[in-house]
Design a protein around this ligand. Structure first.
Ligand SMILES: [Zn+2]
Ligand SMILES: [Zn+2]
Length: 122
C-alpha cells in the first residue's frame, strides 16, 4: 500500500472518506448538546465514542449549531447504520420521493452507498 502521488489516476479507487452534502443532510447526527468535546471535534466517533483511525473514520461535514461549527466524524460501522436508517427515513420527509421516488437522487445515492458499505468498499 502506497499513498498515491498522482492525484488524478488514483481518484477513482481512493474516494476520500467524506460524504457528499445531500447524503449528509439525510443522515441523523446526535444532538451536539449531548456530545463530549472529543465527539464534537471528530477525535472519536460521534455516535458511540469509539477511537477513530484515519482508515476507519468518515467525515460528516461541518455543521453549525447555535453558531458553533463542529466537526463530527463517524466510524465505519456507525455511519453504515446511519445510512441504513436514512434509507428508511428519508422518503417520508422528501417531496421528490412523495412525487416519484424513482426520480430522487438522494434516495438512489443512499441505496448505492448502503450497498457499497455492505460490500466493504468503504
Ligand atoms: Zn462508531
Ligand atoms: Zn427523496
Amino acid at each position: 500500500m502506497t499513498h498515491a502521488t498522482a492525484r488524478g489516476a488514483a481518484a477513482a479507487e481512493q474516494a476520500p472518506l467524506i460524504l457528499p452534502p445531500h447524503i449528509l443532510a439525510a443522515l441523523t447526527l446526535p444532538a451536539l448538546d449531548a456530545l463530549t468535546p472529543d465527539q464534537a471535534a471528530g477525535r472519536v466517533c460521534v455516535w458511540e465514542g469509539e477511537p477513530l483511525t484515519l482508515a476507519s473514520s468518515i467525515g460528516l461535514g461541518e455543521p453549525v449549531t447555535h453558531g458553533d461549527r463542529w466537526f463530527p466524524q463517524g466510524c465505519h460501522r456507525c455511519v453504515q447504520l446511519a445510512v441504513l436508517a436514512a434509507v428508511k427515513t428519508h422518503p417520508a420527509g422528501c417531496r421528490q420521493c412523495a412525487a416519484d421516488e424513482t426520480q430522487c437522487g438522494t434516495r438512489r445515492d443512499l441505496h448505492a452507498l448502503a450497498l457499497e458499505m455492505r460490500r466493504g468498499a468503504w
